[in-house]
Design a protein around this ligand. Structure first.
Ligand code: ADP
Length: 498
């Protein structure tokens, strides 16, 4: 005998076969099943009347209910064909009854008339319900086609893609994802498995809740450019950049989310080589530069004795250029210190305003092209690395001078706000477009536009400033409009006692 499990499975299959909803979208409109079923019901009805109750007239109104139910069922299960097959067999059965029971006179007439009316009624039920079913089928098919189209587009994309439903069950992934991950994923489901890629394989360093896909699903907000490091099954370490965005219904509810996974290992390797180069070059340049400065100093003393104006001027220029070179090398050294986590700070208590006044005075002596106005001089005491804050302010001022026209004003303001000291440096220069404003704090980033004048520089000043401010638990930001000038701000937290 069949065991219980097999029996349950057979029963489930049978129920699924009989359930008309299971057949929605199939677009298979067969007449065989309705034909066999309706014929069997008619035969059963005959057996009932002739063999069981032994009264041919016992086929009563109940048969009409059974027939109507069958016509509705088959119209919904097998479309117009199913409904009409049931209708035709039913009507033939009614005619068969009329003739086998020998209806005469008015009974024959009313029997035939009723059959004709029922035929029209049954046919319209079949047409209406069958037509509705076929429309639903077409809609379901259209949706499936669209899904397939999306699936094939997703397959061709050069980045890894994961699309998950509202519950986090993965619905679509592509080949590129398998290549990036170095493995094939099979039928994962549930929120946990949405953390594939960076998410699943980071060996616990990224929790489920932090995965961009989960975040997009739970918060309904996009997550951009999160970087992850994973170790693939073949032990290769891969850097990934992952972004995710929610997919919303027309009503605005989050119904799914999509995540884009990009392999940025090569890019990272190039960056690392660049970093190594900057690191080595800046260290190698430091020693000869220090010696050069010592030689220039002793040469300056000798030239002074010679009283040669021309030689003195040339030497002065050499000195200025060497100082610039040293600043550059120092900046490069700072960059490599930041990269290796070796940027050191010595914090002291000092009055921020005094430092800024000092810097402004220094600039006023050397730079005559712009007017530097410093206001907001209520003393603010801070606990910070004086030299590093000097570096930040100097960098913002140098930029303001560099990127604004001669003769324009540069305004510096210091103020205290919500337990923070805020310094702002405003110029009326070339300004920075909105989309560049975040990037300018990145390492080696410079705004370059084809039509614009190019300015000398390495694009590391703001990067160093950002790191310094960040390490003081402050923040740095810019407000700017292209062509209308920029205002750079940085804040430093104030200790309670100040
Ligand atoms: P650098 O000035 O050496 O290029 P920074 O890191 O100091 O490097 O600045 C990065 C970029 O930000 C600059 O190349 C410039 O495009 C932009 N920038 C910085 N300050 C200003 C400013 N005050 N006005 C307009 N653009 C600026």
């Amino acid at each position: 005998m069949l065991n219980r499990y097999v029996r349950i499975r057979i029963l489930m299959r049978l129920l699924r076969y009989l359930n008309p909803i299971e057949h929605l979208g199939e677009k298979k409109y067969s007449f065989i099943f309705p034909f066999i079923t309706n014929l069997s019901i008619c035969l059963l009805s005959e057996v009932y009347s002739y063999k069981m109750v032994k009264n041919p007239m016992a086929v009563g109104a109940y048969i009409i209910f059974v027939n109507v139910a069958l016509i509705i069922y088959f119209s919904f299960r097998s479309g117009i064909i199913g409904g009409l097959t049931a209708t035709v067999i039913t009507v033939f059965y009614y005619v068969y009854i009329i003739f086998t029971r020998h209806y005469q006179g008015t009974m024959l007439y009313s029997g035939l008339l009723t059959t004709a009316i029922l035929f029209v009624l049954y046919a319209s039920i079949s047409f209406t319900i069958g037509w509705l079913k076929q429309i639903i089928d077409s809609l379901i098919e259209r949706e499936a086609n669209e899904k397939n189209r999306l699936r094939s587009v997703v397959q061709q994309l050069p980045v890894g893609i994961v699309i998950a439903d509202k519950k986090g069950k993965i619905e679509i992934t592509n080949r590129k994802l398998d290549t990036i991950l170095g493995q094939k994923r099979h039928g994962h489901s549930g929120m946990g498995s949405t953390l594939i890629a960076a998410e699943v394989q980071s060996n616990g360093s990224v929790s489920n809740a932090q995965s961009p896909l989960s975040l997009a699903l739970t918060t309904g907000k996009p997550v951009t450019d999160k970087e992850f490091i994973i170790t693939r099954p073949d032990k290769k370490v891969v850097y990934l950049r992952v972004s995710a965005a929610p997919i919303r219904s027309r009503r605005g509810d989050t119904i799914a989310a999509a995540s884009i996974i990009d392999d940025i290992t090569q890019q990272k390797e190039i960056e690392k080589r660049k970093d190594d180069f900057v690191n080595i070059a800046s260290h190698e340049l430091k020693t000869p530069l220090t010696s050069m400065k010592i030689y220039i100093e002793s040469l300056r003393r000798r030239v002074q004795e010679l009283n040669d104006d021309q030689a003195h001027k040339i030497l002065q220029r050499i000195q200025i250029q060497t100082d610039k070179l040293q600043e550059l090398v120092n900046d490069l050294l700072d960059v490599s210190r930041i990269q290796t986590g070796k940027l050191q700070f010595t914090k002291d208590e000092f009055v921020l305003n005094d430092l800024i006044s000092e810097i402004v005075e220094g600039f006023a002596e050397s730079e005559k092209k712009q007017v530097i106005v410093y206001s907001g001089k209520t003393p603010i005491r801070v606990l910070a690395d004086r030299f590093r804050i000097y570096q930040v302010v100097t960098n913002l001022l140098t930029n303001a001078i560099k990127y604004s026209p001669p003769g324009s004003a540069i305004r510096i303001v210091t103020k205290r706000q919500d337990n923070r000291a805020i310094v702002s440096v405003a110029d009326s220069g070339i300004g920075i477009a909105k989309e560049q404003q975040k990037k300018i704090f990145d390492r080696l980033y410079q705004v370059t536009e084809p039509k614009e004048k190019t300015f000398p520089g390495l694009g590391i000043g703001l990067y160093i400033s950002k790191e310094i401010v960040k390490r003081h638990r402050g923040s740095i930001w810019v407000e700017s409009q292209k062509g209308k000038g920029s205002t750079f701000y940085f804040s430093l937290p104030l200790q309670k006692e100040y």
